[in-house]
Design a protein. Structure first.
Lengths: 476, 112, 236
């Protein structure tokens, strides 16, 4: 970072981050609506039904994470490569096209909602496949925008320095983009449909996104702790080996019950049981680096970014590791599949693995934009991180209570019938869990408001200290 | 190959969830205590806590196997996994320590 | 730096290569397994049913047959049974007879083309109406409404079940189709299904899809289905 002077690529990154934070707000708003509907089903009934609220809730999450991920790459790319991003004008154009497309898709989701059962609906309104509902025209647009992004990354790295972090990112991003193509076709065979659908969903969130996080996490460690680059990069390769080694075949845990052959039981159980190992590794690594640098008496250069990185390692481990392993083995998954268990696991895992690190990267950009050498945590920042983290943890525990009730009552006692389903949904413990979930959701929303406030004001609230620019003047 | 999924009584569900969570948590405890002690942030007697965590984890894993009524093949895989996990932090620390030593040594040499 | 002997453990190159190899091997294994799975997951044909060949995903003409979900002691879990079952006396393995027919909207002679067209429309409707954002299909989706994997076999929709009685229809398929067109007219619980503007043809197609889906071999998911009412002979 060169004082206040940012690369053009970094300015583009700030645009991506801004939209990301706005969409994060939309995600929380629609999540709140869906949570209310669990308790008061008549809320917005036949106006904005649960299906729509939930679809926008999850799509906003996926899209804002992608925005933040692209933003973080544009932020670190010129810094790591040592040169300006090559096609920054093209990148900016792609940004505006993508944002316009996202706006249209969301408006169609909210105001058109569903269409007649024909191909036109799949092309124009929704594909109706959980998580990747975006209509086909938007799919093609997304692919075009991603190609521009990939071109920018590759051209820039080829022109500048090839750091290990960038090499991992280059390989990972191409896999990430290529996998999206697996979710862009239609078939009448629902088993085959879901088979390929999981290629996109699982190989994104449990393989390529994890590796992305490891790479960006390495960059944040270097920036906040001054961690040794060679150690970070070597460790990154070990992480890649462990994550892809367990994550790619860990796909098997989605192939237990969708019409797939039985051998996926063994494969899925074995590899998904290995999936927490790289998360333990990541945790140990952060702990190790922090201990080493502390031993040398080095200070943390960006406390909010580092705090969110810590939340990320804990959250990823708890959400993806502990909550994942609780219901991943086929013997127990037979009873938990399609209950609130995946909801409990998903909330903490997405927050821990992806949300926290993206916020960390945004804090890094806020620091860079202001050209601050060190950034302390403000009171609002502490409240934001505490409210959001405790809120999501409490939400996960509440959903786990509901999930446990549902598994016991619906699956254990009533044999997974519709009657069993409704008896479980009306069980007082299930309803209690949903109530606490809503309450903790409100805490997260409050935390979000503080987070936005803090991101806008944190640089102004820093104790008077020399910025890099001033330091240069002083030494001169 | 013959496949068989044993019926699990719903009264065992809670035990299964708690025990699986404990496997991962004590697994983390083992790795964390191990790293912290090795880095001399804690007294070395705490290494007992690390191995104790691993022992509890192994016991939990055994109990989980019983609860899930796994067949002999899976039992062997579970035991293998636990032994592997016992060695895992040693290797990780060994690698990290070596690379740090090498790099720190190099920096000193370079400075001269 | 290069000419100094360094341990392989601290060599960046060693780990980069390991990562590449491990990723490559895992990816190749996944692709090989995918080829095998895809072979086993192809949709069956009417010919398979004539020849009494069991497929994981059967031909859509199963809508002409009676479908059950029974415990197979050999495989240790419930399996879908199409048109009556036979039991192997040695192993206890159950398999479909593909004989016993059942009328679907008054007919049991839906041709392969007709049945395929029907489930094509059904699948498109299921996607166009976003079913998966409230319900689960094969256990995947949202958890706001009941699982649809074996909805066709659910005791609630049987002739003695409360849902069929509620719509006043004489058969399961008619009851389901009537409900789907005006779900908010038949409030079953406080949590209701919204009106999604499903047309009579779409409703018929969706019900056909549900019947077809109930014949997919899901390795025993959902477990203990119909344990309480016994409408399905899962625990007989």
């Amino acid at each position: 970072m060169q004082g206040n002077r940012l690369y053009e690529g970094q300015k583009l990154a700030l645009k991506y981050f801004t939209v990301a934070i706005v969409l994060f707000g939309a995600q929380l708003l629609f999540g709140l609506i869906a949570a209310i509907q669990y308790l008061y089903p008549s809320f917005l009934f036949n106006t904005l039904d649960f299906s729509i609220a939930r679809m926008v809730h999850i799509n906003a999450l996926v899209v804002w994470l992608l925005y933040a991920m692209i933003g973080a790459v544009y932020w670190l790319l010129p810094d790591e490569a040592g040169v300006e991003v090559v096609g920054v004008k093209l990148g900016t154009l792609a940004f505006y096209i993508l944002t316009a497309a996202v706006a249209v898709v969301v408006l169609v989701y909210i105001f058109v909602q569903v269409g007649p059962g024909n191909e036109m609906t799949l092309w124009l309104i929704t594909e109706g496949r959980e998580y990747i509902e975006a209509p086909r025209w938007a799919d093609i647009g997304i692919v075009a925008v991603v190609l521009v992004f990939l071109y920018n990354v590759y051209a820039t790295v080829l022109k500048g320095k090839h750091s290990g972090i960038l090499v991992v990112l280059m390989a990972d991003l191409i896999a990430l983009a290529g996998l999206y193509l697996a979710g862009m076709f239609y078939t009448d065979n629902i088993a085959v449909d879901q088979y390929w659908w999981w290629w996109v969903v699982h190989l994104w969130v449990e393989a390529t996104w994890e590796v992305y996080v490891a790479a960006v996490g390495g960059y944040i460690l270097i920036k906040t702790l001054n961690a040794n680059r060679q150690v970070v990069e070597m460790w990154l390769w070990i992480e890649v080996a462990m994550m892809f080694g367990s994550g790619i075949l860990g796909l098997g845990h989605h192939y237990f019950w969708i019409g797939t052959p039985e051998y996926w039981w063994e494969i899925g159980a074995l590899f998904s049981a290995l999936e927490p190992v790289p998360l333990v590794g990541l945790f140990v690594h952060v702990l190790y680096d922090w201990g080493k640098e502390r031993g040398k008496g080095n200070s943390i250069k960006n406390i909010p970014a580092f705090a969110w990185l810590t939340v990320e390692t804990f959250g990823n481990f708890l959400g993806a590791g502990v909550w994942g392993f609780m219901h991943t083995l086929p013997q127990i998954n037979l009873y938990t599949h399609g209950t609130q268990w995946p909801a409990a696991h998903g909330h903490l895992a997405f927050f821990g693995a992806y949300v926290a690190i993206m916020i960390s990267a945004i804090y890094l950009a806020v620091q860079g934009k202001a050209g601050l050498k060190e950034m302390k945590m403000t009171k609002a920042g502490w409240w934001a991180i505490s409210l959001i983290t405790v809120g999501v943890l409490l939400m996960t525990v509440s959903l786990t209570l509901s999930a446990y009730t549902q598994t016991m009552v619906e699956r254990g006692m009533h044999g997974a019938t519709w009657e069993g389903y409704f008896i479980a949904q009306a069980n007082k413990w299930f309803v209690q869990g949903m109530g606490w979930r809503l309450a903790s959701g409100l805490a997260v929303v409050a935390g979000y408001a503080l987070l936005v406030y803090d991101l806008l004001t944190v640089t102004k609230k820093q104790p008077a200290e020399v910025t890099e620019g001033e330091a240069a003047v002083q030494t001169a | 190959m013959e496949y068989y999924l044993q019926d699990i009584p719903h009264t065992d569900f809670l035990h299964i969830f708690v025990v699986s969570a404990m496997i991962i948590i004590f697994g983390m405890g083992y790795a964390a205590f191990f790293t912290v002690v090795k880095m001399k942030l804690l007294n070395r007697y705490f290494m007992i806590a690390a191995y104790l965590s691993w022992t509890i984890q192994a016991a939990c894993m055994y109990y989980l196997g019983v609860l899930l009524r796994v067949e002999p093949y899976t039992q062997k895989v579970l035991i293998g996994a636990m032994v592997g996990y016992l060695i895992f932090p040693h290797i990780v620390y060994f690698v990290l320590d070596k690379v740090h030593r090498r790099l720190e040594h190099e920096t000193e040499v370079n400075q001269i | 730096m290069e000419n100094k002997p360094t341990s392989v453990w601290t060599s960046n190159r060693f780990w980069r290569r390991s990562a590449t190899w491990i990723t490559g091997v895992a990816a190749v294994l996944l692709i090989l397994l995918t080829f095998d799975s895809m072979g086993q997951m192809q949709m069956g044909t009417a010919e398979d049913i004539q020849n009494k060949v069991t497929k994981r995903i059967p031909s859509p003409v199963v809508i002409n047959y009676k479908i059950d979900y029974v415990l197979d002691p050999y495989r240790g879990h419930e399996v879908p049974i199409i048109g009556g079952k036979t039991v192997d006396s040695a192993t206890g393995k159950v398999s479909s007879k593909f004989e016993e027919k059942e009328k679907f909207f008054g007919r049991d002679d839906w041709s392969e083309e007709e049945a395929r067209a029907l489930i094509h429309k059904g699948k498109l409707t299921i996607q166009a109406k976003n079913c998966m954002d409230c319900h689960t299909l094969l256990g995947n989706g949202a958890y706001y409404a009941p699982d649809l994997t074996k909805a066709w076999l659910d005791p609630a929709w049987s002739s003695e079940g409360p849902l069929q009685a509620m719509t006043g229809a004489n058969s399961k398929e008619e009851a389901m189709a009537t409900f789907l067109q005006n779900p908010d007219k038949y409030p079953t619980h406080e949590r209701m299904m919204p009106n999604l503007g499903i047309t009579p043809e779409e409703a018929k197609a969706v019900v056909a899809y549900l019947k077809f889906m109930s014949a997919i071999d899901t390795n025993g998911f959902p477990r203990n289905f119909g344990k309480i009412k016994g409408a399905v002979d899962a625990r007989k």
